[in-house]
Design a protein around this ligand. Structure first.
Ligand code: IPD
Ligand code: CA
Ligand code: CA
Length: 258
């Protein structure tokens, strides 16, 4: 896509994200339905579902012919990254949404023939919208975001995942101890946005495509590294342990994991 067309699409998608945020805020003021998906720690609400429905409809209008992969199933059965593919997480951090009413995000990422193209992470309660992609740069609420410093693991805070830290998967306790300290929020989108902002030197978690599709676009645009925990490339149609980090922190983390 030409840069001008991408810029136009970017503006339109930011408007959709703002509409999605407004609708979620309104629905938070009404009685919500909370359901367990696979366990008591895996929740979905009527707001997750209605917001995904809204995002799928809106993105179909803006980008007809695109495939849409949504966490809650309102989109398409996507088996190939050929053409335009949107990957959507209507509420990232549903546990926080239900129990904290804070620290959750709305996310969408566009891949064209597998190439990271546009990404959106909206931290709803903080009203922070991270948006952009490699051709147009990254903005935070419309202001250009500069690349974070290439800090070492030992020089910054590390974004942990609670299950991986508790069970010491991938030597996460050593990674955390090597850093200035672990931080856990419980929303992949918000933790990745903290890496974008230079507040964390890295984030490691077991993630599904919608948890990191948007974050990968934004992180790579800002010169951060996004790989699987063994250093191999990520695949946007499968799940795994994903590391988003400064290049220096990534080297140190890969050495610890090995
Ligand atoms: C979850 C959150 C959480 C991460 C989980 C995700 P959801 O997303 O991002 O931080 O640790 O792996 O599934 O289910 O609330 O959209
Ligand atoms: Ca979700
Ligand atoms: Ca998620």
């Amino acid at each position: 896509m030409e840069v001008a067309a991408l810029q136009q699409l970017n503006q339109a998608v930011q408007t959709v994200m703002q509409q999605a945020r407004s609708q979620v805020l309104v629905k938070m003021g009404t009685a919500m339905t909370v359901m367990e998906k696979t366990s008591r720690k895996d929740l979905v609400t009527n707001v997750d579902r209605s917001n995904e429905h809204f995002l799928v409809q809106a993105l179909r209008q803006l980008d007809p012919g695109a495939q849409i992969l949504g966490e809650e199933g309102a989109g398409d059965q996507v088996t190939t990254l050929a053409g335009h593919v949107w990957i959507v997480d209507p509420i990232d951090g549903t546990m926080n949404f239900v129990h904290q009413r804070n620290h959750f995000a709305i996310m969408a990422g566009l891949y064209i023939d597998g190439q990271p193209t546009l990404g959106y992470i909206y931290d709803v309660m903080a009203a922070k919208l991270y948006a952009g992609g490699p051709a147009i740069g990254v903005t935070l609420n419309g202001t250009t975001l500069t690349a974070p410093l290439d800090l070492a693991l030992s020089a910054g805070l590390f974004g942990a995942s609670a299950p991986l830290l508790i069970h010491n998967r991938y030597q996460m306790q050593t990674i955390a101890a090597t850093s200035l300290g672990p931080r856990i929020i419980g929303s992949a989108g918000i933790q990745i946005s903290q890496v974008l902002a230079g507040e964390l030197v890295g984030y490691l978690s077991y993630l599904r495509p919608w948890d990191f599709a948007a974050g990968r676009v934004l992180a790579e645009t800002l010169g951060l590294s996004v790989t699987q925990v063994d250093g191999t490339p990520v695949n946007m149609l499968s799940s795994g342990a994903v590391l988003i980090a400064t290049k220096s922190a990534q080297r140190a983390i890969l050495a610890i994991v090995k």
